[in-house]
Design a protein. Structure first.
Length: 167
């Protein structure tokens, strides 16, 4: 097995010591970061992050029952941030916030009901764009969740207080 595949296996299994060892000798096309983000191995994401391609949209090998789900997600254009958000891995999401397409990651988190990830992504996203995507591609329940969140963010009018009296 070549060093790149060993790196992918280590990242997918959460073996940060092996990731650190292999990172200098293996060429990673971003697949290792995708697997680490998908499985929520934040220590591996942190180790791979400095040299990774955050807009990674290809994926190489790892043998798992989840492989077809992950390959399908990557083929539709998601990146490591989307993968972490789709699985509810908030620690990984925080490490990947400078990735492109925050809106898409927010959609993944909303659709799958990962509120902590939504809390992290919401302030950084283009909410109208994310909401439009949800309306066009997902259920009204998902859209209603985000619309409710938007309503809660609206600034409420200041409360009037009685003037203080000096005696």
């Amino acid at each position: 097995m070549d060093a790149s595949q060993l790196l992918i296996d280590a990242a997918a299994c959460g073996n940060v010591d092996e990731v650190e060892r292999l990172r200098g000798i293996a060429v990673d096309d971003g697949s290792a970061l995708c697997w680490a983000a998908y499985y929520g191995h934040s220590a591996c994401v942190a180790a791979l992050r400095p040299t990774a391609i955050l807009s990674q949209k290809t994926l190489r090998g790892y043998s798992s029952c989840d492989v077809w789900i992950l390959v399908a997600l990557v083929m539709t254009g998601v990146c490591p941030l989307h993968l972490a958000a789709s699985q509810g891995h908030t620690a990984c999401v925080r490490l990947l916030l400078d990735a492109p397409d925050i809106d898409g990651a927010l959609v993944e988190a909303v659709v799958r009901g990962h509120e902590e990830c939504v809390d992290v992504l919401y302030p950084l996203a283009n909410i109208p764009a994310a909401l439009q995507h949800i309306h066009e591609n997902y259920s009204d329940v998902c859209a209603a969740y985000l619309e409710k969140r938007m309503l809660l963010e609206v600034v409420s009018p200041p409360t009037l207080s009685a003037p203080s009296r000096k005696i």
